[in-house]
Design a protein around this ligand. Sequence first.
Ligand SMILES: [Zn+2]
Length: 59
Amino acid sequence: MLPKLRTSPARKRKRRSHHALSNANLALCPNCGSNRQPHRACGSCGYVRPGLQVKATKD
Ligand SMILES: [Zn+2]
């Protein structure tokens, strides 16, 4: 494809105005109190829900 007209800087910037990343939604872990993403295992203690805990990654 060969564009007929070159995209102007303003048009390019307007298109890219929607490309910004938003902050991750964080909730407190009820087990250890650190931040974790909802519906995911806690990164520091591995807590998922009552009765289920997975191995936390070491880092
Ligand atoms: Zn935790």
